[in-house]
Design a binder for this molecule. Structure first.
Ligand SMILES: Cc1cc2nc3c(=O)[nH]c(=O)nc-3n(C[C@H](O)[C@H](O)[C@H](O)COP(=O)(O)OP(=O)(O)OC[C@H]3O[C@@H](n4cnc5c(N)ncnc54)[C@H](O)[C@@H]3O)c2cc1C
Length: 296
């Protein structure tokens, strides 16, 4: 969704309508920039007292190269400006990354999905960010670009190492998220995404859980479990993954996995749900994921 130049919010003092990564990174290099992509978080947050934004608004929604979905034989690359609707509408991603598509499908309303970008979801660093949970299961990397004075330089940060606290990450003020990429998971991965809220859409998750694995000779391999809204950042459940890795899914193992998961997450009570309820949801979703895995 392109933002017309005459819609500059009054709280910002300058507006850069970038049409290339170069232009956006050079504007960010000045150090007082705020990126806007779909604006679905930014417009809501710009008046919140606890968050401050640089006064130079840099619109990236007209940068075509950030809107590409590249399906390579080995790697998938989603430009930062790819929207949740783009993910849902892409014919290949449904097979390659079904949990990411499930997350996009449970994301807000069609109107928000048309504007909300994957880069914005990552950059916003909410503990409940829906797209981040399947990205953690995919071992995704976040590509960060900046103008180093002579050229654009980039670094790749594993999604797992990107988030540091609610709303905070390793993204520097002069950096732009340019893409999110992950290894091609091969055909027919077991991959699920679960999300709970009072309504199926237009809700921030009370708990979300992503699960992915392969089944080889009756044993689970490449087990990945990630959760949203059970801590200050989206997290991987590494102890539970380790317990399941390389094992046959017996009833005893499933029960042990649920207990291990309960031990390794520490959700809090808040207005959207109690810690007890969050624990209960996390266990229920893992149980369902393991049941599905056993059937596949
Ligand atoms: C009604 C409503 C419902 C919602 N429902 C959900 C939901 O179900 N699930 C969910 O996860 N979220 C939900 N959200 C939150 C929001 O839609 C998502 O987080 C969305 O993905 C943000 O993307 P955006 O392009 O709109 O980001 P913007 O609002 O444009 O930006 C968000 C933040 O990221 C920064 N930013 C954006 N792009 C980049 C980039 N490429 N590089 C560096 N920084 C960048 C901005 O400066 C800003 O701080 C909802 C929001 C609303 C208003």
């Amino acid at each position: 969704m392109a933002l017309p130049q005459n819609q500059i919010p009054t709280a910002f003092e300058a507006f850069v309508n970038a049409t290339s990564i170069d232009e956006a990174c050079k504007a960010l290099a000045i150090g007082d920039g705020t990126v806007v992509a779909g604006g679905t978080d930014l417009w809501v947050q710009k008046d919140e007292a606890h968050k401050t934004f640089g006064p130079r608004l840099i619109n990236i929604s007209n940068i075509e190269e950030l809107a590409r979905i590249e399906i390579g034989r080995d790697r998938i690359r989603l430009g930062a400006r790819v929207t949740m609707s783009d993910i849902l509408d892409n014919g290949d991603l449904g097979d390659i990354a079904p949990a990411l598509c499930e997350a996009a499908n449970k994301f807000a309303s069609p109107q928000i999905r048309n504007a909300a970008t994957i880069g914005g979801n990552v950059a916003n660093a909410s503990p409940a960010a829906d797209a981040v949970v399947p990205l953690l299961c995919l071992d995704a990397k976040i590509e960060l670009s900046k103008w180093d004075g002579k050229k654009i330089s980039t670094r790749d940060v594993p999604a797992d190492a990107f988030f540091s606290a609610p709303g905070q990450s390793v993204l520097a003020v002069d950096e732009l998220i340019t893409a999110i990429s992950f290894e091609h998971p091969g055909t027919n991965p077991i991959a699920r995404f679960f999300k709970s809220g009072p309504r199926p859409a237009l809700e921030i998750a009370i708990v979300s859980l992503g699960f992915s694995a392969r089944l080889a000779g009756g044993k689970l391999t490449n087990v990945r479990i990630a959760l949203g809204a059970v801590g200050p950042t989206p997290v991987r459940a590494r102890k539970t993954e380790k317990l399941l890795e390389g094992q046959r899914l017996t009833d005893d193992l499933k029960a042990a996995a649920l207990d291990t998961l309960a031990d390794e997450i520490s959700p809090i009570d808040d207005v959207r749900g109690s810690a007890w309820y969050r624990q209960h949801l996390a266990r229920t979703y893992l149980q369902e994921a393991l049941h599905d895995a056993a059937q596949s």
